[in-house]
Design a protein around this ligand. Structure first.
Ligand SMILES: Nc1ncnc2c1ncn2[C@@H]1O[C@H](COP(=O)(O)OP(=O)(O)OP(=O)(O)O)[C@@H](O)[C@H]1O
Ligand SMILES: [Mg+2]
Length: 374
């Protein structure tokens, strides 16, 4: 996989690349790339296509090659042909979900990620923003009680003579909506985390932002603020036993989003992820941790999920010098707190969810012992 030859780069050919600002300011091409499909290009690749965004991977079509006979001169001129398929570093996303996401993002539709606790909704969205060169705005809706809370918070402080002074402070969301209007060349990804946990009435106030009216009431300036096209909304909701009563996003609200279901990553991918983050732990041990988590997640008895934070926490425990020498003996103890502790009740009370998880954990550990080592 060395340098590409000119025979491989024909006019009309399509390649993946990432452009950056052309360091040659005098050039009539503002964008420059040096690689095509991950290989060094035989000539510098230049583009003046306005659809190309610096730093964002895309597919390009070769429009012209100048001075093909000279190895030290000439350029490859490229035009935009489409976005490159996602390559998200360190995040696993189901290939079908990834493809749908990409379509939705390109169309600018609001997205609602629906998935169990700790399946990677926040991580995925953050990494999408990074990959696409968007400004990431994180907003947790859990604390929203009133409609204005999305856009401003009231701060009370002592004035000069001790009297209380209240002032409105803009939230990150309002700041981003204002900036988006002023900076049309940038793109903003507003992530509304735990949208299902805020007050229904407050959520209603957000609806005009999400439908074709695309505007919100600016509580500080007392006027409506239009939301420009360079703002994309992604919301996340978390279904599970402890939230099932409050999922409560009504049909009209739900209808303003394109819903996308996410699940936990497959066991082998989770093992890979954890081994990558905790290489001190052996393959067999990590496989066992994930297998037990899988059993808990698939249990018909338990409605709530078991976050990847839980399996990761087990790894953090077991690789510590205090545990390292006695991993086998410590594993059940660690699972008691890291797995059972995430459910209601107590591990030693079989009538509770935590007790049911403990029963599952013990069964899995026993099965593993009974199984001859492979
Ligand atoms: N598919 C995944 N790819 C990479 N990391 C993941 C994935 N799923 C979970 N994780 C890891 O698990 C942890 C929790 O992930 P994250 O916070 O993104 O989940 P979430 O779905 O947003 O959770 P919550 O429902 O609690 O908001 C992070 O450390 C994250 O790196
Ligand atoms: Mg989250």
């Amino acid at each position: 996989m060395g340098k590409l030859t000119l025979e491989e780069v024909k006019v009309g050919g399509v390649f993946e690349t990432t452009f950056w600002k052309n360091p040659d300011d005098a050039s009539s091409y503002p964008l420059r790339a040096t690689h095509l499909d991950g290989r060094r290009a035989p000539k510098v690749v230049l583009s003046k296509d306005p659809r190309v965004v610096a730093g964002v991977p895309c597919r390009v079509r070769v429009a012209a090659i100048t001075k093909p006979e000279r190895s030290d001169h000439g350029i490859i001129e490229a035009t935009y042909s489409g976005p490159a398929p996602f390559k998200l570093e360190g995040v696993y996303v189901d290939p079908i979900v990834a493809r749908k996401l990409q379509v939705l993002l390109e169309s600018g539709l609001n997205i609602l990620l629906d998935g169990p606790q700790g399946c990677g909704k926040t991580t995925l969205t953050r990494s999408i923003a990074q990959t696409l060169g968007m400004e990431f705005v994180f907003f947790n809706c859990g604390a929203v009680v009133e409609a204005t809370d999305f856009f401003a918070t009231i701060q009370v402080r002592a004035g000069d003579s001790g009297q209380p002074v209240t002032s409105f402070v803009k939230t990150e969301v309002l700041e981003a909506l204002e900036r988006a209007g002023a900076e049309p060349e940038k793109r903003f990804l507003v992530f509304l985390d735990e949208l299902n946990r805020c007050q229904e009435s407050a959520r209603n106030a957000l609806m005009p932002a999400l439908d074709s009216s695309r505007r919100v009431f600016h509580p500080i300036d007392n006027r409506f603020l239009a939301i420009s096209d360079n703002v994309q909304f992604i919301a996340a909701v978390n279904r599970g036993a402890e939230f099932s009563g409050t999922f409560g996003i009504d049909a009209a609200q739900l209808d303003r989003f394109a819903p996308l279901q996410m699940g936990y990553l497959p066991a082998d991918e989770e093992v890979k992820l954890l081994r990558g983050r905790h290489p001190e732990l052996g393959q067999a041990l990590v496989e066992r941790i994930v297998a037990i988590a899988d059993a808990v997640r698939n249990s018909a008895e338990l409605e709530a999920g078991l976050s990847v934070r839980a399996t990761e926490e087990v790894c953090v425990y077991l690789k510590h010098p205090l545990m390292l020498a006695e991993q086998q003996r410590m594993l059940p103890e660690v699972l008691k707190s890291s797995f059972c502790g995430r459910f209601g009740g107590r591990w030693d009370d079989a009538t509770t969810d935590a007790g049911a998880v403990w029963a599952l954990v013990q069964r899995e550990l026993m099965d593993a012992q009974a199984r001859p080592p492979t």
